[in-house]
Write a protein that binds this ligand. Structure first.
Ligand SMILES: [Zn+2]
Length: 149
């Protein structure tokens, strides 16, 4: 059981904090929205995460996405592009090589750049929902279970 310290010098067990629904949070993160309220923007730039949600003030700087978003992006894009290349090759063996040389790298780059911030947002939201890393800190008053004093 993990205990965390509150500012007023009382301790709260993480397991006593209310569970956060991970699926809605994941969808909000995928859309680049705050996992807590779904209103504020998660990113202030392409992959730069806001320190706090501009709408609800939820702290977002605790995330540890690290290299998981690129890993997931590569995993997904490689399977999609690999399957698409095999499909095209099976359908028509006479597609010119220069078309393959232009289409697949372009589609791979575009899909990767589109998916990367979405996967990063979803992973951060998942960390938030599971109270990983710094996200286990004491929630706002509205979310606290009972009064502890
Ligand atoms: Zn928010």
């Amino acid at each position: 059981m993990t205990f965390i310290a509150r500012a007023d010098d009382h301790t709260v067990s993480v397991s006593t904090l209310p569970a956060r629904a991970w699926w809605p949070a994941l969808k909000r993160g995928f859309q680049g929205r705050c996992p807590s309220c779904g209103e504020g923007k998660l990113f202030r730039a392409y992959l730069k995460v806001n320190d706090c949600c501009p709408a609800c003030g939820e702290e977002l700087h605790h995330h540890r996405a690290d290299d998981a978003p690129p890993y997931v992006t590569i995993l997904v894009v490689a399977h999609i592009i690999g399957a698409a290349m095999l499909f095209v090759e099976e359908r028509d063996e006479n597609v010119a090589l220069w078309i393959h040389a232009i289409v697949w790298p372009t589609v791979t780059l575009a899909l990767s750049l589109w998916l990367l911030p979405r996967f990063k947002g979803a992973l951060i939201a998942y960390q938030w929902a599971l109270r990983m890393h710094g996200f286990e800190t004491v929630p706002p008053k509205a979310e606290r279970p009972g009064r502890i004093s």
